[in-house]
Design a protein around this ligand. Structure first.
Ligand SMILES: *Cc1c(COP(=O)(O)O)cnc(C)c1O
Length: 496
């Protein structure tokens, strides 16, 4: 039977996973969910004897059942090839008494690659399912990291294109270079005069522009987004929870069937939600620990049951977790309420209208059965990065530092614990160098990278060090008002 997806806010208008992936967000503003998650359970013994690619085929085949086995296989091969610097894709290594799940071995050195190398492959096939075969142009505004991961994932993928806008002058040297050196015949990059919110707001206008959509459709093109709420980004992340488990079994750290815990540095709640999907699918997961930085709205929510975004926004050294509205939480609420769409819709309406909602005592109890939480501010994170280097000889980035600080502060519950590591330390060289007690004044991104390498003897990843000499291919900078025209001309160029 085909897995069917519907909105978290309504059972009407079910779609296939291919349609959900193409559309991204449901028309009523909800997120696509499937009631069949957990109906079919991967065989654990078989998972534990397979490679990363085998596990990915099993997980994708289970959750995206309207993709044929051949399609899934082709997607897995294309997504997880030599762009990752290890055939293990997400290795697991010991870290003191715990384990580190290294999610940063992809082309942009951060965990979003695991999903954003796969999403374009899924989309490229999904677009053919309705018989029309439209070309898909991805449009994204980025504050730095997601843009590059999307560019790299979509570059030269058949039937797709990608346009990225970043706030000119407001991203780091390395982030800018990562984007403007991107190769591919179907990519477009522009800086915009304004900040990230300006870019984001204008991208929303572009998606809502019916006349633009009609003009593009005439030439066979539809717009879509690579947003982290897309089913095609969520599902690939489930794989590495199963894979990590299989590695711990192989290492003898856990016996097949016994539970392990995960600690996840969290922003939009996509990564940790994938862990919850794995648990529903039968993976023995004890606890999922949600780690936050000073923007600790989720710590409060998991502790009290009240989600309140009316609070100051903190700019931290773990910027990918600087989020006050964790969109993917809506999916968890759907499952914890046993699929009560009306209730989920009412919470989301309260969040939009009042800025807060409180879940029922039953939902809170179920939430706390599986989820634990904790937060670490910048000082605690720096101290943890330093201690991890000095005590373990391991260099961790600022996001991983938050998770490790939270994990270290928790008493052991007797189960093996896996800390998810979401970026290579060199992606945040300046902050990591500072955490190690060094003066970074005037160094710049590459100066910090050199100093960090000198200090630790650890080589920066080639993906980052090579940026220094890579040719800059995109020099467009435009006003916000010109973004629509930029997208249209990119479509014309890419799909001509
Ligand atoms: C996006 C990101 C996160 C947060 O992941 P979510 O799925 O948004 O919770 C954590 N660390 C890094 C490095 C990221 O890029």
């Amino acid at each position: 039977m085909l897995t069917s997806y519907h909105s978290t806010r309504s059972l009407d208008n079910p779609v296939t996973s291919k349609q959900a992936i193409l559309t991204g967000i449901a028309p009523d503003g909800g997120l696509y969910v499937s009631d069949q998650v957990g109906d079919a359970r991967p065989d654990l013994a078989q998972v534990c004897s397979g490679s990363y690619h085998d596990v990915a085929r099993t997980v994708l085949g289970t959750l995206l059942s309207d993709f044929s086995a051949e399609e899934v296989d082709a997607c897995v091969r294309a997504a997880y090839g030599p762009k990752f610097d290890t055939p293990e894709i997400t290795p697991v290594t010991p870290l003191g008494p715990d384990w580190l799940l290294e999610l940063y071995h992809g082309p942009t050195c951060a965990f979003k690659d695991v999903a954003l190398q796969m999403l374009p492959q899924l989309m490229s096939r999904a677009r053919l399912a309705d018989g029309e075969g439209h070309n898909v142009m991805i449009v994204t505004a980025t504050s730095g990291d997601t843009g590059k991961a999307a560019l790299d994932g979509f570059a030269d993928v058949e039937g797709t294109g990608v346009t990225v806008f970043y706030p000119a002058g407001k991203v780091s040297d390395i982030q800018r270079l990562q984007m403007v050196t991107q190769r591919g015949g179907n990519v477009a990059v522009a800086g915009i005069r304004g900040n990230f919110d300006d870019a984001q707001t204008e991208v929303k206008h572009i998606f809502a522009d019916g006349r633009l959509a009609a003009r593009l459709l005439e030439s066979g093109t539809v717009l879509s987004s690579a947003n982290s709420i897309n089913v095609g980004r969520l599902v690939p992340q489930v794989t590495y929870y199963f894979y990590a488990y299989s590695r711990l079994v192989a290492e003898g750290a856990v016996r097949l069937g016994e539970a392990i815990d995960f600690c996840v540095p969290t922003g939009n709640f996509g990564d940790v939600l994938a862990g919850y999907y794995a648990k529903r699918m039968g993976l023995p997961v004890g606890r999922l620990v949600v780690a936050s930085n000073a923007n600790n709205v989720l710590t409060d929510f998991i502790t009290t049951g009240t989600y309140d975004r009316r609070r100051p926004f903190h700019k931290t050294i773990s910027p990918s977790m600087d989020i006050l509205v964790s969109s993917n939480l809506e999916r968890l609420l759907y499952y914890l309420s046993d699929g009560d769409c009306e209730l989920v819709a009412s919470y989301m309406a309260d969040l939009a209208d009042k800025g807060a909602y409180t879940v029922s005592p039953e939902i809170l109890a179920r939430l706390q059965e599986t989820f634990a939480c904790g937060c670490a501010d910048d000082d605690a994170t720096r101290a943890t990065i330093r201690a991890t280097w000095e005590d373990e000889g391991r260099l961790i980035d600022t996001h991983t530092g938050v998770a490790k600080a939270v994990l270290d502060a928790r008493p052991s519950e007797g189960r093996p614990r896996v800390c998810l590591s979401t970026a290579n330390a060199y992606k945040f060289s300046t902050d990591v160098l500072e955490a190690l007690g060094e003066d970074t004044t005037g160094l710049g991104d590459f100066g910090s990278m050199d100093a960090l390498a000198e200090l630790t003897g650890i080589e920066p990843p080639r993906q980052l060090s090579a940026l220094r000499d890579a040719p800059e291919l995109h020099d467009d900078v435009c006003d916000r008002e010109a973004m629509t025209a930029f997208v249209e001309s990119a479509c014309a160029r890419v799909f001509s």
